[in-house]
Design a protein around this ligand. Structure first.
Ligand code: B3K
Ligand code: ZN
Length: 874
């Protein structure tokens, strides 16, 4: 008889119960050792309310060494799978639990593990239970004291949350440090780090005059790569004071960069642990995009100190309470300190490519999920990015002043507590007096609404009518959808491209319409000609728009829209239109076409000298094939590839002289600088170069080689390589080999090279990737390497990932099988493109499905994968 593993259990939001016990404080003692770390936890526990229930603690993969009750040996407990159940307990007591754990063999990178030579922790969401038995849920807020003992030479730095209060030496070459965090916190914010680092120190004076020590710990030899992170941290601290009136609350803020990390970073109180990718940068090793990413992630984790740490989540279903809000805050930070339009474009691109795809997938869920098997699976673009869009809509409806009043009320009410998304919305509503009742459906409804807009103009009365219908298609998790409250930002232009003042019922009105019903009509008066509407400006709601724009109308918006975001958006729509019509032609085996007015719309962007180079680059750059795929319910992999190539080729050929001329004017100030203008010019240079190489391989090759050889910074180097790779220039292999030789000592830099390998359009890409598994720098144990090579291939090289013989699917499934035991969290992230099989033709869908079925048969399928695979196959 075969034993089947118990089916993983689903947890439901509606089943929330307050905890049976509270833990006011915990003293942790760590005796660090590679495979036998001893953890003693002394908790002050009290019964919550009148009951005689046992105390059920969470624990996973722990060896239990000892249990004491009020200092005396205690045996009234039962060890169950992943739980320790204690009974016959008094109402208040001191509980001592000693466990032994094995950090060295912890390849899941949750709990306490080794990253290279250092010890570090990752506890969110449910990693603390891999350290000791505990009530590992975010509504248990406790005071932490932590004592760490370890070898002094190997681990000179011993770090934990809060303030360092004592330290000492021991006879056997060991030393210890004692930490105390004055703020009660949930277990997911606990952190410990031990290692031998280089340290970059600085300080920050808060607005009220307190001095905060800032410390960034990096691997030996990397100190000169931590300055940008430090500047970003100080900028974030200042910005949060100025824009949100929020000041830092401890005397020290530490960041540690580690090489093995499942995500970007973690906001542990006073001791952030970061993926080194989001800390380390200098001009030689990091691109402009890396710099931008570091600034954003440093800010994001810092902002969590208030939105997440001071006020946290009652349960994990409320994750968007802290993540949506903190993403909104980091987006606003990036927009205030950089270009608002550029940042909006990045956010919207992510929404339209990945979040819309998630809503259309078996993993569709509301920003506040109702049912979860493995919490790690819900750190999603929906919870984060759509969550942020929901906060942004509230900001749009309330305005900055009311929104900030709402934030103040939220902190007044809930500082030091674990609360819900409803609590947040209530604070916003109470502070503003604006009814958010219908609006709050955004928290419970999944799916992407489609707004169908039609219009008419009556010349005699000068009245323009806009008919707006909203419809949210059913998603796998939810069939019934209700109308949402959608802020709809619009502008009307006349045929000369001038914005038109408009009135509704004799009143001049704001540009934000409140769309609340399934169908609604708006009448605008006082228009002397049929206007051209600029709809859903700023992407004022996370919806899809259906309006029958003509090429001419879009060309006009591209040229004249008063906000730069709308110009970019018009270009997106113009290209989407050409994509759709040409796909039709492709299917009917007709010749592909690109109308002159489309080419001239692009030409006038190229020639517009008043346009910010960074924006110009974004408008001219065609979105990639996987983003284009999101315009369709059923994805035609080959058709999209073919048509995109055609559009690019046509634009490139006709506009070649203009691209070449423009390229010659960019970055003429030779020395590398990091400022808006210089970064924008580099970005535009990359776009020009890519079009040039597409139209004229010889000229492209010459420019690419010159750029590569003369580059004094990684942005230029990667630009050259990426064009050589993307356009399959003859110099591609030589340059790639040269880069490999130059950077093989630096895995973070090599990730860029692995990613290029993964993006290669060459037919042999799958074989190359397979042989790169043996590359000395590659390791399946390191999530950054895996994401760079396999993640990029399967998410961003659709032409080859979806190869018709299924070789791409096989490759991904093989990696997932290995990661199922090594690191299930990373495995479950990688599987995303496979579970979308229903959107592909029957041949591909069958091949993908069969890989999923094989995974489902795995004997010890981790629950992370179980959740996604079973949803996909159901
Ligand atoms: N809060 C962490 C995410 C932790 C994910 C754990 N699986 C990073 C962040 O959003 O800031
Ligand atoms: Zn976050």
């Amino acid at each position: 008889m075969t034993m089947t593993a118990p089916q993983p259990q689903t947890k439901y939001r509606k089943d929330y119960q307050p905890p049976q016990f509270l833990i006011d404080s915990i003293d942790l003692d760590f005796q660090l050792d590679d495979t036998q770390t001893r953890v003693s936890a002394v908790s002050r526990v009290r019964r919550n309310g009148e009951h005689q229930q046992p105390l059920v603690l969470d624990g996973q993969g722990l060896e239990l060494a000892e249990v004491l009750l009020n200092g005396q040996s205690f045996t009234e407990y039962q060890l169950k799978p992943d739980q320790l159940e204690l009974s016959s307990l008094p109402d208040e007591f001191e509980l001592t639990i000693t466990t032994i754990i094995d950090p060295l063999n912890n390849s899941a990178l949750e709990g306490l593990y080794k990253s290279g030579e250092a010890f570090c922790t990752q506890c969110e969401a449910e990693g603390f239970r891999r350290i000791t038995y505990f009530l590992d849920r975010p509504d248990i807020l406790s005071r932490y004291r932590v004592r760490i003992t370890a070898d002094k030479t190997l681990y000179p730095a011993l770090l934990s949350n809060g303030n360092r209060i004592d330290s000492g030496e021991l006879a056997d070459g060991k030393h210890w440090v004692q930490w105390e965090d004055p703020f009660p916190k949930p277990s997911y914010l606990f952190a410990l780090v031990a290692g031998d680092f280089d340290l970059l120190e600085d300080s920050f004076s808060t607005r009220s005059g307190r001095k905060v020590a800032l410390e960034i710990y990096v691997d030996k030899g990397n100190r000169d790569r931590a300055f940008h992170a430090m500047e970003s941290l100080k900028k974030s601290m200042r910005w949060d004071e100025e824009r949100f009136d929020l000041e830092y609350d401890l005397d020290i803020y530490m960041i540690v960069a580690v090489d093995f990390f499942n995500m970007g970073a973690m906001e542990n109180k006073g001791l952030n642990v970061f993926n080194s990718k989001f800390v380390l940068a200098n001009a030689k090793t990091a691109t402009d995009n890396d710099y931008h990413g570091i600034e954003r992630v440093i800010a994001h984790e810092y902002f969590h100190n208030w939105t997440g740490n001071r006020v946290t989540c009652r349960d994990w279903f409320q994750l968007s309470l802290k993540e949506g809000l903190t993403v909104f805050r980091d987006q606003e930070f990036s927009s205030d300190v950089g270009s608002r339009a550029y940042n909006r474009i990045l956010n919207v691109r992510l929404m339209r490519s990945r979040q819309f795809a998630e809503d259309a997938s078996p993993m569709a869920h509301p920003i506040r999920p109702d049912a979860v098997i493995e919490m790690s699976n819900f750190y999603t673009v929906t919870v984060y990015e759509k969550g942020s869009e929901v906060i942004r809509m509230m900001h749009t409806l309330l305005g900055e002043e009311n929104f900030q009043a709402g934030m103040r009320l939220y902190f007044e009410r809930f500082d030091g507590q674990a609360v819900t998304c409803d609590d947040f919305v209530q604070a916003m509503q109470d502070a503003s007096g604006i009814d958010l009742g219908q609006f709050s459906r955004w928290y419970s409804q999944s799916g992407t609404p489609v707004l169908t807009v039609r219009d008419s103009y009556d010349e005699a009365s000068g009245v323009y009518r806009l008919h707006i219908a909203q419809h949210t298609p059913a998603t796998q998790d939810q069939s019934d959808k209700q109308p949402l409250h959608i802020p709809f930002n619009l502008e009307l232009y006349n045929s000369r491209g001038e914005p038109q003042p408009f009135r509704i019922n004799g009143q001049s009105v704001s540009h934000i319409l409140n769309v609340t019903e399934t169908e609604q009509e708006f009448e605008f008066e006082g228009l002397s000609e049929q206007p051209i509407p600029s709809l859903l400006r700023e992407f004022s709601a996370p919806v899809k728009l259906d309006y029958p724009y003509s090429n001419q109308q879009l060309a006009l918006l591209m040229r004249h829209a008063t906000d730069l975001f709308s110009r970019w958006d018009a270009a997106q729509m113009l290209v989407a239109k050409q994509l759709k019509s040409n796909l039709e032609r492709y299917r009917q085996e007709q010749a592909l076409e690109l109308p002159d007015e489309v080419i001239s719309a692009f030409a006038s962007v190229l020639e517009d000298e008043s346009l910010d180079p960074m924006l110009k680059a974004e408008i001219l750059r065609l979105s990639d094939e996987s983003s284009m795929a999101e315009l369709f319910d059923e994805v035609d992999v080959d058709g999209i590839h073919r048509v995109r190539c055609f559009i690019k080729q046509r634009l490139a050929e006709v506009l070649l002289p203009r691209f070449t001329q423009l390229m010659g004017t960019l970055n003429r100030d030779e020395a590398y600088q990091i400022n808006h203008q210089a970064i924008g010019e580099r970005s535009l240079k990359a776009v020009c170069l890519s079009y040039i190489a597409c139209a004229d391989k010889e000229l492209g090759q010459e420019l690419v080689e010159r750029l590569y050889k003369g580059a004094d910074n990684m942005t230029d180097t990667m630009m050259a390589l990426s064009v050589a790779n993307g356009e399959q220039l003859e110099c591609r292999n030589v340059l790639m080999a040269d880069f490999e030789k130059a950077w093989s000592h630096d895995p973070l830099v090599m990730d860029q090279w692995f990613a290029l390998q993964a993006l290669s359009p060459a037919p042999e890409v799958i074989d190359s990737i397979t042989s790169l598994f043996e590359h000395p720098v590659f390791s399946l144990k390191n999530p950054n390497r895996v994401r760079a090579l396999i993640g990029v291939f399967s998410a961003s090289n659709p032409l080859h990932f979806h190869r018709i013989d299924g070789a791409g699917y096989k490759l991904l499934a093989q990696v997932i099988r290995e990661l199922n035991t090594l690191n299930p969290q990373v495995a479950a992230r990688l599987i995303t493109p496979l579970i979308q099989f229903k959107r592909y033709d029957s041949q591909r869908a069958a091949l993908m499905r069969s890989e999923l079925e094989k995974l489902q048969q795995l004997e010890s399928l981790a629950k992370d994968l179980y959740e996604k695979v079973s949803k996909a196959l159901s």
